[in-house]
Each structure stands twice: as C-alpha cells, then as structure tokens.
Design a protein around this ligand. Sequence first.
Ligand SMILES: [Zn+2]
Length: 270
Amino acid sequence: MKSVIFWMLGLLTVSTFAQENFKVYYEETDNGYTIYADNGEFCPVSVEIDFKIENLTSSIGDIKIIEVPEQTTKFYIADLTVVDRKKAIRLGFSVRYNHGNHLQKSYDTDYAYHLPFKKGTEHMVTQGYNGKISHANEYALDFRMPVGTPIYASRDGKVVLVEQSFNKTCTDADCAKFNNYILVYHSDGTFAEYTHIKKDSAKVQPGDVIKKGQHIGYSGNVGWSTGPHLHFIVFLQRFNDRETLPTKFLVGNGKQLTRLEEKKRYNKSY
Ligand SMILES: [Zn+2]
C-alpha cells in the first residue's frame, strides 16, 4: 500500500478555448502514476506542466512543454515512479495550455496568401502593420468593407474556433472580448484569424477543412472596431499572447506577390 498525500491537484489553466476540450489527468500504475492528456481541439495544443512531487521521479525530468496532437485521447505525457515505497508520496501538478506548438520558431515565410475577398472586387487596407489606431507591435491588416461583404479563405487550413454570437460594437480596447471571429490552423503550424465578422454569418464550423478561396463568412463591425472592416492576422500562438507574423499576398491578376501597405487599394482578379 502506498501512502499518498495529494496536493495542488487543481488545474491552473491559461487558455483561450473551452477547457472541457482539453484535460490533463493521471492513472495509478504498479510503480506510481502515469500522466495523460486528452485534446479534443482541431489543432495541436501545447501544455506546460509543473510537477510538485516528493518521493516520485518524473520520466521526462525537467521537460515542461509538451505538444499534444489534435483529436487525441489518453496521450502519454510522463511516468512518475515511486522512489521509496516505505515513505509517503506527494503528487501534484499545475498546467497551463493553449493552441499550437509553443516551441515552434520557423514557418513558411514565402506562402502566397490570397486576398480575403471576392474575385473582381477591390478593398483598401485602412490600417496596416503596426498601425497607429490599434495595431501597435502587431502584424495586422484591416480591409475596409461594408457589413455583409463575403469573406474568402486566404489559405488552406482547418477551422479551430468560430465565435459569431456577438452583435455589440465599441471603440474601447476592452471590447475585444466581444469580437466575432473565425480561427483557422495552417499546415505549417501558423494560425489565421478573420475578425469582426457579422453575427451568425459564418459558413464554416470547427473541424471543417477549408480551401483557399472558399467562402467562409461575412464581414461585420462587431467587437473592438471603429467601422465596418475585416481584421486579419497570421500568428504563432504562445501561452499568454500571439506572435503575429508578416505575410505576402497575391494581388491583381495573381502574378504579383507583395506586402500590403496602409492606405493602398488592392484588387483581386484571380
Ligand atoms: Zn485591425
């Protein structure tokens, strides 16, 4: 019989998605415990685990950040082995987690993104990278477009989250929590977010595999917004924030690849 004192088994979590879709847990074994994770999200999730153990050794030593593949159950994290069976055991851990591979540094920097609107139309970039209104230290683009303009996927991917329940608009940064958006995971580990979409306008749902040029929803003016537009970012997710990334788009007839600039109009004829 093992004498076990548990402490801190509550999970300390930092996440941007419903936590019922991800969990870390343990099962007792002959020699101690095995730690597992379930990931019901439609992309990998990184978990940072901090063991608080006494009279147990961890099979992963000091390794703290582990990537759990999408849609997996009982993903093996670590074994904790009892050192001295005659002594009491203390077992606890805290975790935090979020979408993506948080250890990832490189990605496809040359990807040719498609403009996120309909062939034959033209839109102005009203705020570009590091824009003064709301894009400080952010590689974000605002395309001005009337509410209800169809939005087309800029890149192939898998839909991770759709928020389309809000209808409120305000110009205070606190209103970002009322943003509607479509979050897409790309094959190189980056994410795209199409933000401020019209209430209940998404044409895709989590788990959908989408193709570039696919109609995914309609633009709006919801959340932290100073006027009807589409806010578009590509990023690598970190535990506490997003590392936004500069991207290039095909413009005009689709032969030219360029960084988009503030106050310029871009047409899409491909
Ligand atoms: Zn913006």
